[in-house]
Design a protein around this ligand. Structure first.
Ligand SMILES: [Zn+2]
Length: 259
C-alpha cells in the first residue's frame, strides 16, 4: 500500500444496451433501487457518495515487477490485483517501461465528444485534473468498467488496455494471423474506438483469460465459434514476440499452451 484510504464521490458508468447502446444498461446499477442516470455524451451513470479509494503498489517479489495504481476503490483492490496476477511478468515489465506512471482509476476516460463513463484509455495527453499523474504516461480505467465485470472478479478492460501497450514495437500484431482472419479482425469495430487494433487487443484479453486457472475466467476467454476467442486466434498470438520465450518464463509458456 502507498497511502491511507481517502473518501471521495465517484461516478460509476453503465454500458448501454441495444444496438446503439442508447438503452438502459441491462444489469444492476450500484445503487440498485435507483435508476441509471444519463449524460448525453458520457452515457449512463450513477454517483456514489464518499467511496473509499486508495493508492497501491502492485508488486511481485523476485520478478522485478512493480506497478503503481491510483484511486482504486478499496473494495475493488482485489479485482485489480487478480487481474494483474493473470499477466506474465514480462508483459508487466513492458507496461512499466512504456507507461511508467502506472494505472489510474477515474470517473471517465477521453475528452470532448469522446468522453465516456465506461471503458478505458491509453491517453495521448496529460489531464490537468490530476496533477500527480501524467495520463500520457499511464492507463486510465473507469470505475464503470470494473463494475460491469464484477461478477467475473477481474477487469477485462484493464487487460484490453495493456493489450494496446503490447502492440507497441509489435509485441503482438496481426502478422501471425491468416490473411482472412487479419481482414476480419482488423475490420471489427467493437467499441467507441474505431481503430483496427481493437479486435487484436480483445483477442489478447481473451487469451490472457483463457490461461487462467479459474474456470469462469477461462470460460470467458474461450468461445470456439467466436473468432476473437477461438483456438486459431490463440495459435496466431503464440506466434507473436509477446508470447515467445523472450517474454515468457518456461512456466508461463506452459500456462499459455492449448489445453
Ligand atoms: Zn481499445
Amino acid at each position: 500500500m502507498i497511502g491511507q484510504p481517502y473518501s471521495q464521490d465517484i461516478i460509476i458508468g453503465g454500458y448501454g444496451s441495444g444496438r446503439n447502446r442508447n438503452r438502459e444498461p441491462n444489469y444492476f446499477a450500484p445503487n440498485f433501487l435507483d435508476p441509471w442516470e444519463r449524460d448525453r455524451v458520457r452515457g449512463f451513470y450513477q454517483v456514489m457518495e464518499q467511496e473509499d479509494l486508495i493508492d497501491i503498489h502492485y508488486y511481485r517479489s523476485n520478478e522485478n515487477v512493480s506497478i503503481n495504481i491510483y484511486a482504486v476503490k478499496q473494495s475493488e483492490v482485489l479485482f485489480v490485483e487478480r487481474t494483474l496476477d493473470l499477466l506474465p511478468s514480462g508483459h508487466l515489465r513492458w507496461l512499466k517501461e512504456r507507461k511508467p506512471e502506472g494505472i489510474i482509476f477515474a470517473n471517465s476516460a477521453g475528452r470532448g465528444s469522446s468522453e465516456r463513463y465506461t471503458g478505458g484509455l491509453n491517453p495521448g495527453y496529460d489531464d490537468r485534473s490530476t496533477p500527480f499523474f501524467d495520463e500520457s504516461e499511464g492507463i486510465i480505467i473507469t470505475y464503470g468498467s470494473l463494475w460491469r465485470y464484477q461478477n467475473l472478479g477481474i477487469s477485462p478492460t484493464l487487460i484490453h488496455e495493456i493489450g494496446h501497450i503490447m502492440t507497441h514495437a509489435g509485441k503482438i500484431s496481426y502478422r501471425y494471423f491468416s490473411e482472412r482472419d487479419r481482414v476480419t479482425l482488423s475490420n471489427t469495430r467493437v467499441s467507441r474506438n474505431p481503430g483496427s487494433l481493437e479486435a487484436l487487443c480483445n483477442a489478447y484479453m481473451y487469451f490472457i483469460c483463457y490461461a487462467s486457472s479459474t474456470p469462469a475466467i477461462r470460460l470467458f476467454g474461450s468461445r470456439p465459434l467466436i473468432l476473437e476467442r477461438s483456438r486459431q486466434t490463440r495459435e496466431a498470438l503464440r506466434g507473436c514476440p509477446g508470447f515467445s520465450s523472450r517474454m515468457l518464463s518456461s512456466s508461463e509458456m506452459t500456462r499459455f499452451r492449448e489445453r
